[in-house]
Design a protein around this ligand. Structure first.
Ligand code: SF4
Ligand code: SF4
Ligand code: SF4
Length: 427
């Protein structure tokens, strides 16, 4: 095992290979507060990449209703149980004193990751030598949307409705569920890649997208077993494994419609709720993001710290980030997104001027945003929100592409258009 630095854990960790970091890294932010579970993203991917024979069960991106939903069924509960067995004393995060350093923004994780626990036979008797994981059964792959829209809370159980649990006052609901949209995280330390005995999986040096070489793959399914997010899948008709390809032709700017401009992926571009943003960020030689204050993803993850990694304790350093849902009990969210939850929710409940402007950038255009700027506008509201003072300015936020060209500009206040009375019935 080599030693690599994982900034989401705030420490070095074991990994089967020496660290190698791409020039740029594919990354995305999903705002769970606004996802409506419409599954348009799911179908956009399905109709583009996985409609062939042998791919029927493949949902490279899916949207599951938490806490009960999961594809494959109970994937995260099973992983957490394995990790719990491998960490009998529990896992803890040590918060930093005072200001958190850039290379350990959530403090330091004390516990074993899926790589460090791989040799622990008590966690799983038949554990792989390289990664702690499990192979889902056919039944678990068979019901991608079981428990959609099923809530929890108020003392009820799965499928039960408890009257006193129906209080829906923000910030925390007694009854709750939320939609978790997922895809491959194109991890900095991919478990799928670590486990592959054929070295058929590779991370592209130009954009960090993780791909499976179909010529080299022999279908041993070690990646399926190892990926903690269960985003590598086996295709019986070709006897190889497949996974999300990060829509790399679009990321490379090869989509016919955008004339060479890098384009966000199918699942991001199609999002009806305007909750997804994807882009490329620069990284340093230890995997830490290069400071880039005006990049919207850098701002959301490293400046506002409003977007958090999914299950950072697994240790793969996923490059998908989530703005956590504000109505869900904190212990549940902290298990899922780590110790940054309280701060992220406070940021989102009473957003500052810049955060409010950056949130307007989501899904105004399919071309990738590399920089934003804000032109200050007038104060349009002043008051209190969730006990905190709040001001709303009608600022204009401007998005720029890779070459510095302006992509679009949009305002914080939605413009109001009033139809003239003689056209009131016009469509
Ligand atoms: S999410 Fe899974 S399949 Fe994707 S890069 Fe990470 S370990 Fe590999
Ligand atoms: S990035 Fe492309 S391939 Fe991956 S889940 Fe989204 S649409 Fe599918
Ligand atoms: S398209 Fe957007 S809003 Fe609809 S389910 Fe997917 S992430 Fe949620």
């Amino acid at each position: 095992m080599a030693t690599v630095y994982n900034w989401q854990l705030g420490r070095e960790m074991d990994y089967p290979y020496e660290g190698a970091w791409p020039e740029r890294q594919f990354a995305f932010v999903i705002n769970t507060n606004r996802c409506l579970g419409c599954q348009t993203c799911t179908m956009a991917c399905k109709s583009t990449w996985t409609f062939a024979q042998g791919q029927e069960h493949m949902w490279w991106t899916n949207v599951e209703t938490k806490p009960y939903g999961g594809y494959p069924r109970n994937w995260d509960v099973k992983l957490l149980e394995l990790l719990n067995k491998a960490n009998p004393d529990g896992v803890r995060w040590f918060a930093p004193d005072g200001n958190a350093p850039e290379d350990a923004p959530y403090g330091e994780f004390e516990g074993r990751t899926i790589f460090e626990a791989a040799h622990d036979r008590s966690a799983r008797p038949e554990a792989s030598q390289r990664v702690l994981g499990y192979l889902p059964t056919d039944e678990e792959w068979g019901t991608p949307n079981l428990y959609e829209d099923v809530p929890s809370g108020g003392g009820g159980g799965r499928g039960e409705w408890v009257r006193e649990g129906s209080d829906v006052s923000l910030p925390t609901h007694k009854s709750w569920f939320f939609y978790l949209a997922r895809l491959c995280n194109h991890c900095t330390y991919p478990a799928c890649l670590a486990a592959c005995p054929r070295t058929a999986i590779y991370k592209r040096p130009e954009d960090g997208i993780v791909l499976i070489d179909q010529e080299r793959c022999r279908g041993y399914r070690k990646c399926v077993e190892a990926c903690p997010y269960k985003k590598a899948l086996y295709r019986p008709t070709t006897r190889t494994s497949e996974k999300c390809i990060g829509c790399y032709p679009r990321v490379e700017g090869r989509d016919r419609d955008t004339k060479g401009a890098r384009t966000e992926t199918r699942c991001m571009s199609a999002c009806i709720g305007q909750v997804r943003m994807q882009g490329l960020v620069r990284t340093e030689q230890d995997g830490i993001w290069t400071p880039d204050r005006q990049h919207p993803l850098y701002y959301l993850v490293h400046v506002a710290k409003v977007a958090l990694p999914l299950y950072p304790q697994f240790g793969t350093e996923p490059n998908g980030y989530y703005i956590p849902p504000r109505w869900v009990p904190k212990p549940y969210l902290e298990q899922m997104f780590g110790p940054g939850v309280e701060h992220a929710i406070q940021q989102y409940l009473a957003p500052g001027r810049e955060l409010l402007a950056v949130l307007q950038l989501f899904r105004r255009d399919s071309r990738m945003i590399f920089r934003y700027d804000i032109e200050e506008g007038p104060l349009v509201y002043e008051g209190e929100i969730h006990g905190q003072p709040f001001q709303l300015h009608d600022d204009t936020v401007i998005a720029f592409g890779e070459k510095g060209e302006e992509l679009f500009r949009t305002t914080v206040e939605e413009p109001l258009h009033v139809r003239p009375s003689e056209r009131i019935n016009w469509v």
